[in-house]
Every structure is written in C-alpha cells, then in structure tokens.
Design a protein around this ligand. Structure first.
Ligand SMILES: Cc1cc2nc3c(=O)[nH]c(=O)nc-3n(C[C@H](O)[C@H](O)[C@H](O)COP(=O)(O)OP(=O)(O)OC[C@H]3O[C@@H](n4cnc5c(N)ncnc54)[C@H](O)[C@@H]3O)c2cc1C
Length: 379
C-alpha cells in the first residue's frame, strides 16, 4: 500500500488476531478491539482441528506453523462414529506419520496469536456499540468503554452477532433447528476410564433418531461433550427446566436420551462441569453484501454456519490471512478489500452449504446413516 490507512479490527477471535498478525508481518499498523476484559476473560471452548487447506495455510502465512505444531496433538484426528447402542460403525485414526489435521485447544491458539502481536495491539474491554459513516470510507467507531475513534478501514471480525455486519447486510442469524448442550469430563483417563476408552484419542459421535452425543478430547485429560438434538430452541422453558441448575439439565438430557446404551449415557452422567445451552445459529447461504468502502467482514461475522463440518474457525483464520495479504499486495486499500471479498464470499458459501448438509446428516431421523455415508466417502 502506498498510503497507510488507519485499520481497526473488531474482535480478537481467531480470525481477527490472525489478520492482525499477518498485517504486522507486512509492516501495516492495526489496532484490535475486543469486548472481553482480558485474554482469558471467557473460556475459549474446545479444540479445533487445523485443516490443511485453510487453518494451516493461514498459520504458515503468520509464521506460526512451528509454534502451533509444538502445542497441537496429531492423535486428536481420530474420529469414531457409533450408533445409540454403542456399536462402533466407523473409525478413522491417523496413520503412522500422518499429521494432516492436528488438534489445538482454542485457548492455546488465542494465546499463541496474542503473543505474536506487537505489545498493545489489542485493546481489551472495548465493546463496539456503533459505527458512524463519515462519507467516502472512514467511519467513527463508538465504544461502550472508551473514546470514539476514526478509522479508514473497519474489519468486522466480531463473530455471530457482529455489530459491523448491519452496516453491510440486513441478514441476521437464524436458529438451525438444533441445540447443543455442552458439558465436560475432567481427568477422564484416571477417573472415568470407560468413557475415555469409548471416546478414544480424538472425537466421537453417536447418533440416532434426531439426536447425537459428541465428545472431543481437549487436552490435559479433559473431554468436551455436546448433547445435540433437533427441536425448539426454547426446549428448557417449555419443559420447565432451569438451565442454571446442572442436575435439572442432566436429568432432562438423560430423559431425552433414554434407551441409549449406558456407556454413552455416562457422557452425560459423569460430568463434573455444568451445562451450557447453545442453540445453533447460521446466516443465510449465500450471505453476501454490496461492497462498501471502509468496511468488510471476516469469519463468523461474514458466514456463521453450523459447527458440524468443523470449518468455522479454520475459515476465519484463512479469511484473516487473505485479507491481510490482499492489503499488503494492493496499493489501494479499497481494491484490496474488493479482491478479498471476491475470493472469500464464494468460498464461504460453498463451505456453509456443506456445513448445513453435515448438520442435516448428523442430527437426522435416519441417523447415523447419513454421517456414515459422508465419512466413508471422505476417507
Ligand atoms: C459448539 C461449537 C463448536 C465448534 N467447533 C468448531 C471446530 O471444531 N472447528 C472449527 O473450525 N470451528 C468450530 N466452531 C466454529 C468456531 O467457533 C467459529 O467459527 C470461530 O470461532 C469464528 O471465529 P471468528 O474469529 O470469526 O469469531 P469469534 O471466535 O466469535 O470471535 C469474535 C470476537 O469478537 C469479540 N466481539 C464480539 N462482539 C464485539 C463487539 N461488539 N465489540 C468488540 N468485540 C466484540 C468477541 O469477544 C470475540 O473475541 C464451533 C462453534 C461452536 C458454536
């Protein structure tokens, strides 16, 4: 770029941080704003498998592939599919030497990206309330906790409920018809060895009759568990279940999954952690917008999709990488954003279609048949 635009990234998720890192590698100044009070303010969730054609490409461009490999777990790639009787229908484990989709804990990835940024890049505790167009590209950003600031380019990396997106698109996320209830088991190998054996070294899904139990190793002996089911997002309210009462949620889930093999029900029974209700939302497919000078989106803000194909964070990383590289390549920031959007939007639409189909296969009346066919095709 010939002139240096003032660039703000809203959101210190994987996409925003990766974008900031690649910009800084190219000598382009950037400020990241996040509503979290500090980096570890909020649990960052489970693990991600870093996919070869997306997340790994981005981390290489960020110069962090070696650091990442040092903390990732290649065995996390194992995938098991079971039915509700606990019968193993499909298993794919990494072959010797195969490290194509290593797993990394999300918290570790955030820390890795943060440590790679110049000190002071991220301003924590800054919630973007509103953007005010100033004409011709620049926007004044209004924050809840801090003074307004003006930027030539605002990058919305602020996730599902983006405050930047409404300036570009009228679309809002819709409920996908499936809810996840998340919980976890600590010290699984020592305290719940049967569960640990059932889940294996990576992830496991048991599916049947519009329901699924998913379990995922997250390192340090912890297993993250999701109970997934098709139905109203107000299921707890309708059944009089207090979501703040772990024992009430546990009992409701055990009722919902009754008839499933006892080894699978242990995933709900043996959890020490509480339960977090996560109705799944998605943006329409394709989600697109008319190019607008001074603004763009990446990651979930641009293409929120169901998590079943495990691509959301990987795409956010690649978006961040592509946008930063485009800004480094083009003399004009607006041309750079146009070039990025021309690549990112169709890519996101294709991935979102796959994610929607994966969800429909996994939590389906004839489950696990659809997932079985999909896995057999993939491997
Ligand atoms: C249950 C579940 C499991 C998943 N599993 C996987 C998986 O295995 N693999 C995978 O690739 N993806 C997975 N995903 C998807 C993945 O989590 C997201 O796609 C990914 O986090 C998107 O990254 P992002 O950087 O776009 O946004 P986010 O990670 O959502 O980050 C957005 C950031 O913006 C900040 N923010 C939000 N609003 C504001 C504001 N107004 N002002 C300032 N800051 C703001 C937030 O604090 C946050 O730090 C899963 C999602 C869910 C729900």
């Amino acid at each position: 770029m010939t002139t240096t635009p003032r660039i703000a990234i809203i959101g210190a998720g994987p996409g925003g941080l990766l974008c900031a890192r690649v910009l800084q590698r190219h000598g382009i100044p950037v400020t990241v704003f996040d509503r979290d009070a500090y980096a570890e303010d909020r649990p960052q969730g489970g693990t991600l498998d870093l996919q070869e054609d997306t997340g790994q490409v981005a981390l290489r461009a960020a110069g962090l592939d070696r650091e990442c490999a040092a903390v990732a777990r290649p065995q996390g790639q194992e995938m098991r599919l079971l039915d509700h009787t606990g019968t193993l229908l499909f298993r794919h484990g990494p072959e010797a030497g195969e490290e194509t989709r290593p797993e990394i804990d999300r918290g570790r990835l955030r820390r890795l990206l943060l440590d790679a940024l110049a000190p002071g890049t991220v301003r924590w505790g800054r919630y973007l309330r509103m953007l005010h167009p100033l004409g011709g590209g620049p926007h004044r950003a209004e924050f809840d906790d801090g003074p307004d600031e003006t930027f030539d380019l605002v990058i919305g990396a602020d996730g599902a409920w983006s405050r930047v997106r409404p300036l570009l698109s009228d679309d809002t996320p819709h409920y996908c018809g499936v809810t996840f209830v998340e919980t976890g088991i600590d010290d699984a190998d020592s305290r719940h060895p049967d569960v640990a054996r059932l889940v294996g070294d990576g992830s496991m899904m048991a599916a049947y009759d519009n329901k699924a139990l998913l379990a995922q190793r997250t390192g340090r002996g912890r297993i993250r568990v999701y109970a997934a089911f098709r139905g109203s997002q107000d299921w707890a309210l309708e059944q009089g279940v207090d979501l703040a009462d772990p024992e009430a949620v546990r009992a409701a889930l055990l009722r919902r999954f009754s008839g499933w093999d006892d080894r699978l029900l242990a995933l709900l029974r043996d959890t020490g952690a509480g339960f977090v209700n996560r109705p799944l939302y998605a943006l329409p497919v394709p989600h697109t917008w008319t190019h607008t000078p001074g603004l763009t989106l990446l990651g979930d803000a641009a293409h929120l999709m169901p998590p079943f194909s495990a691509r959301g964070a990987n795409l956010a990383l690649l978006d961040g990488c592509d946008l930063a590289q485009s800004l480094a390549r083009h003399a004009d920031a607006d041309e750079a954003v146009r070039a990025y959007e021309a690549v990112m939007l169709p890519r996101a639409a294709a991935a979102a279609e796959v994610a929607a189909r994966c969800l429909d296969d996994a939590v389906a009346a004839d489950a696990p048949q659809g997932s079985l066919r999909r896995l057999a095709r993939r491997h």
